[in-house]
Design a protein around this ligand. Structure first.
Ligand SMILES: N[C@@H](CCC[C@H](N)C(=O)O)C(=O)O
Length: 277
């Protein structure tokens, strides 16, 4: 079986194309292949499958074997893969996701290869129970949460997958490894949660670091960047268009007032190809 390694700002994936459906035991396969010492090493295993509703279907399995409903960096990688490997010659395509419906993608091609990708990530889900959280409110904004005697305040946003955004003094130097795993499995989040720690630098620029559900600390999270921008608008901290700066680089995010959709623009890169026995 052939695989290709791609990443979006260092959020890296083993991408497999050409299968009709997910294989049995894909959770164990993801755990094995994503292992950085005994496997290929990646944050997730991504399948590009045929779709009845869109040009392509994407499924993403986190490195711990759990399946995610959506992944912003992976959708850019999938889009680059299908164009660069000539599965399509269109520069506007649609990709079906498990939890965020069919998404429209625009490819920016330079010298015959995809350089950056703009994705219509759809409408954010803000209703507390739908994110899901245990808070039954239309919007969960700046809500208190206690972990090991420390109180944080979070804003809950689903981009198809669940996120909680927490503003801290210095996201870049924040101790992710201590608080991320505790918040990920907090009882207020019935399907666990992706945790974003953010520091707003000005109305168009925010630093963010992420602890991902099922993958731990990653260099970037596309849906997390979208959730951060939505949260910042809800908290009155930034404009509707802003750069979210992650450890692996920057994403440009827009929450459009007219259609209520979130748009994400950023790069995707292929690293190498290989064969699995
Ligand atoms: N890195 C991703 C999100 C991947 C899924 C996430 N860990 C989850 O379980 O929801 C992104 O770029 O959005």
């Amino acid at each position: 079986m052939k695989f290709t390694k791609l990443h979006g700002l260092g959020n890296d994936f083993i991408v497999i194309a050409g299968e009709k459906e997910l294989p049995a035991g894909v959770d164990q396969l993801a755990i094995r292949l994503c292992n950085r010492f005994f496997g290929i090493g990646a944050d997730g295993l991504v399948y590009i499958l045929p779709s009845e509703k869109a040009d392509f279907k994407m499924r993403i399995i986190n490195s711990d074997g759990s399946e995610a409903e959506q992944c912003g960096n992976a959708i850019r990688c999938v889009s680059k893969y299908v164009y660069d490997h000539k599965l399509t010659d269109a520069t506007e395509i649609t990709v079906e996701t498990l939890g965020a419906g069919v998404q429209k993608v625009q490819l920016n091609v330079q010298e015959g290869k995809v350089a950056t990708v703009r994705v219509d990530m759809g409408q954010p889900i803000l209703q507390g129970l739908e994110v899901p959280t245990t808070v039954d409110e239309a919007k969960v904004i700046n809500h208190p949460i206690e972990v090991d005697g420390r109180e944080f305040r979070f804003t809950a946003v689903s981009m198809g997958n669940p996120h909680c955004v927490i503003y801290v003094e210095d996201a870049v130097n924040f101790d992710l490894a201590v608080w991320g795993p505790k918040l990920e499995v907090h009882p207020m989040f019935p399907r666990k949660i992706n945790v974003e720690f953010a520091t707003v630098k000005n109305r168009t620029f925010t630093d963010m670091r992420v602890w991902e559900r099922g993958a731990g600390p990653t260099l970037a999270c596309g849906t997390g960047a979208c959730a951060t921008l939505v949260s910042s608008v809800l908290n009155g901290l930034t404009d509707r268009q802003a750069t979210v700066s992650l450890k692996g680089g920057d994403l440009f995010i827009e929450w459009n007032e007219e259609d209520n959709h979130v748009y994400m623009t950023g790069p995707a890169e292929e690293v190498y190809q290989g064969t699995l026995d």
